[in-house]
Design a protein around this ligand. Structure first.
Ligand code: CTP
Length: 421
């Protein structure tokens, strides 16, 4: 099928080997942001067919889609009928992403309607399908929309939750189109899994990940912090979302953008992180503590800035212990069968220290990083050994934090309790 279509539209061999993406665009103001998503796909070597709905063209015209994708962009099944586009575009795709997906489009897709080229394409696609909804909060929260989303998810589509933020006009709330760069990142991972025939093995699961470093205030302007960038935790959240999970990311101090479809809870101190983790873990299937939690905090918080005193040395800062969140989550599992994963950074006797820490913390898996040269906080790469309570040791070679994250989920999935009925 694929080669027939390619031959029919006169494409070169080189083009045929590029991953084929269908970008469906439905009629919402966020259609203009889909132009950036399209650019990210084309600039990274994907062959993209844009299939807008007629209403989408009120926001961004066919000329823009056509110029950016290098293909004609039509909404109707009645154009180029000899190429049978209503069947072929969906059949030939490696990924279909509908961005933005309006409430109307979700309803049509959930009910299998097929009154234009995009809805026909959704019915013929055999590849992974991602919907990135964007709409006003009321429309998103409406029971009809929520039921349509649940139906699509049950059938295997990846429907990412919209972001929270500024909507059209002055309103704010849930319904915002996520950052196109983050949608692209999610799609890239979904495509890669699809190409390897890997399933959305976290679909229907809720996972909670902590990331970044905590900050313990000394006074309104100073704090005790650490150098964690949050990248490993964010990579865990992104990869879990691409595998179909509902993800809560409890983020300490980081500069990173919110991953698409992930519910991000921002915290400052270790105690705030503990509270957010306990709350989110209440209905989680798996909990991963990737955050760098401060073990100590200043014993006293000065409500006003601590001033220098002429001719006097400063008072020493007394510290007290913070709660050990990982140990607590492991000891008091919020649900039977909940899986708990910890991280540990070690410089010497990595395996021996790691094994002792696994036992001490009481978690099921411990990702042990060897800290040293080239393996610093903030780097995009990591190297680790993952220790399990059953005695297995899984070495993960030096590489992207995303690869380590995927290996963590590979080890988590078979250990998860049966899904709740
Ligand atoms: N952690 C936690 N609460 C703390 C400190 C750490 O939940 N107060 C978690 C981290 O998120 C990580 C794991 O515990 O998943 C191990 O952190 P690490 O700092 O290596 O362990 P410590 O218990 O602090 O041991 P060490 O004496 O080696 O510092």
């Amino acid at each position: 099928m694929r080669s027939e279509l390619a031959a029919g539209s006169g494409e070169t061999m080189e083009k045929r080997e590029r991953p084929r993406v269908v970008l469906g665009v439905s009629g919402g103001i966020a259609a203009y942001k889909a132009c950036e998503l399209l650019r990210r796909f084309t600039e990274s070597g994907h062959d993209v067919r844009v299939v807008p709905t007629a209403s989408a063209l009120h926001f961004v015209g066919a000329a823009t889609w056509s110029a950016l994708s290098g293909h004609p962009a039509s909404t109707e099944v009645w154009e180029t009928v000899h190429e049978v586009p209503h069947v072929r575009i969906g059949q030939a795709a490696d990924l279909v992403v509908v961005a933005p997906a309006t409430a109307d489009m979700l309803a049509k897709a959930a009910h299998g309607l097929a009154d234009d080229l995009l809805t026909n394409t959704l019915l013929t696609a055999r590849c992974p399908v991602v919907f990135a909804p964007a709409m006003h909060t009321e429309m998103w929260e409406n029971a009809a929309t929520q039921e349509n989303v649940a139906t699509l998810r049950r059938r295997g589509a990846l429907v990412i939750d919209p972001a929270v933020g500024r909507l059209t006009g002055a309103d704010t709330g849930k319904g915002r189109f996520p950052d196109p760069a983050e949608i692209f990142d999610l799609c890239r991972q979904v495509l890669a899994r699809g190409a390897r025939g890997l399933p959305q093995d976290l679909a229907g699961r809720h996972v909670v990940v902590s990331a970044g470093g905590t900050r313990e205030p000394l006074d309104p302007v100073r704090y005790l912090g650490n150098r964690s960038s949050g990248r490993q935790g964010y990579a865990l959240a992104r990869t879990a979302a691409a595998r179909g999970a509902r993800v809560t990311l409890v983020a300490g101090n980081t500069e990173l953008p919110d991953p698409a479809g992930v519910d991000v809870v921002r915290v400052g101190t270790a105690r705030q992180l503990r509270e957010a983790m306990l709350k989110a873990a209440a209905d989680a299937d798996a909990v991963v503590m990737a955050a760098a939690v401060a073990d100590f905090r200043p014993a006293v918080y000065a409500p006003g800035k601590i001033k220098k005193q002429e001719g006097q040395e400063p008072e020493p800062v007394a510290l007290v212990r913070n709660p050990d969140i990982l140990a607590e989550l492991s000891a008091d599992r919020a649900r039977p069968g909940q899986l708990v994963v910890g991280f540990a950074a070690e410089t010497d006797d990595v395996l021996a220290n790691g094994r002792a820490k696994l036992a001490r913390k009481g978690c099921d898996l411990l990702v042990v990083n060897e800290v040293g040269e080239h393996k610093t906080f903030g780097s995009a790469e990591n190297e680790a050994v993952i220790l399990a309570t059953d005695g297995t040791e899984t070495p993960v070679p030096y590489g992207p934090k995303e690869a380590l994250a995927d290996t963590v989920w590979d080890l988590v999935v078979p250990r998860l309790a049966q899904p709740r009925g």
